[in-house]
Design a protein around this ligand. Sequence first.
Ligand SMILES: *Cc1c(COP(=O)(O)O)cnc(C)c1O
Length: 424
Amino acid sequence: MREQLPFGLDDVKRWNGTYPTPFYVYDAEGIRNCVRELYDAFSWNEGFKEYFAVKATPTPGVLRLLASLGCGADCASIPELLLAECSGISGSSIILSSNETLPEEYRAAAKLGAIINLDDITQIEHMEAACGIPETVCCRYNPGQFSNTNGIMGHQYDSKFGMKPDQLLEAYAELRNKGVKHFGLHAMLSSCSLDENYYPNLARELFTLVLRIHKVLGIDIEFVDFSGGIGIPYRPEEKAIDMMKIGAAVHIVYDELLTANGLSVRIYTEMGRYITGPYGYLVTRVVGKKHIYKEYVGVDATACNLMRPAMYEAYHHIRVLGKETEPAEITVDVVGSLCENNDKFAVNRGLPLTDIGDYLVIEDAGAHGHSMGYNYNGKLRSAELLMETDGSVSCIRRAQTPEDYFSTLDVDTAFTAAKAESII
Ligand SMILES: *Cc1c(COP(=O)(O)O)cnc(C)c1O
């Protein structure tokens, strides 16, 4: 959660005049500042680039903003590649980081001139059959055991991603023999990490490997992709990481392992959560209050709008707009209307006394929020708004309509449209 919301009750009331709740709103300035700081933190590294993980917030209104700040896109499907393209991100500013990649996905990436990140050594022949051998190829690494200077930090034995060290070396040798000219190295060994040592430790692991690849194969890796995995403080007691500190710590490892050995690489990241997570909010209204064995506050959003609490029991801070200074003295479950008992945005949460009609703001929903949405129970997906510093919003995704819902079904859409019209 952020210390302060960038908007207030009056703003939300105004927006709600045009856009029904629930809706998402993203703080453009928050995202801008975050990206600028990231680039600052790695300004010592020539060619540093953030390839935003499109799956986090696959909305062109946000992707265009990121493109204007110099970001590329990390994609894992053809629609995500198209989202990047239509947001002004093209060529080597796109990386296809997928696994079990299909021939048509390789072909699409190659046609766009995107960087292909291979998840497995067996994918070399799949890629070659689909689109030939590109000049630039990246390989994804799985160290099995992720160790650092303080000992073992975690293991990756049950992770489906990446290649074992020996396979990775074999893959680079094979790719070179097939004519690849430029090489990258990629690894994602954590998720939602608030440990400021994660990137420096990852850097040590990967730069050591760069050195080994140089010594054993005579191949110079040109870019190292740290991927995503940096967390955000969802809970009030958690502390945001200091990106400047992380950049400086990675710099030290870089100089020690690479510069000292006459090597250099461009550092890439593929962060999603860190870039947009704290700057997106789900705004919903209280529609019911229920007192049975527990106290329930019912809202017009459901897990279809934000799945993380239902899926991961994830904590999202909730504020009652206009009641920020009132004591959080009532313990409630904040629930949606799905016919599923896990459709709860909060369980046993202290909130100020709410009334029907109150606006609740569910925080830190800017990444893996709307994008994980679904249509269970025939619930429609909400609009997404982008807020500028003057408090104005633009609609970057309209809300789904019943017509959208029926558009892929084998029904008479004219009939359903007329019916919808007559009953809504
Ligand atoms: C999901 C994902 C990311 C982004 O992860 P965050 O936790 O949102 O930073 C980056 N790269 C790859 C390959 C991913 O699968």
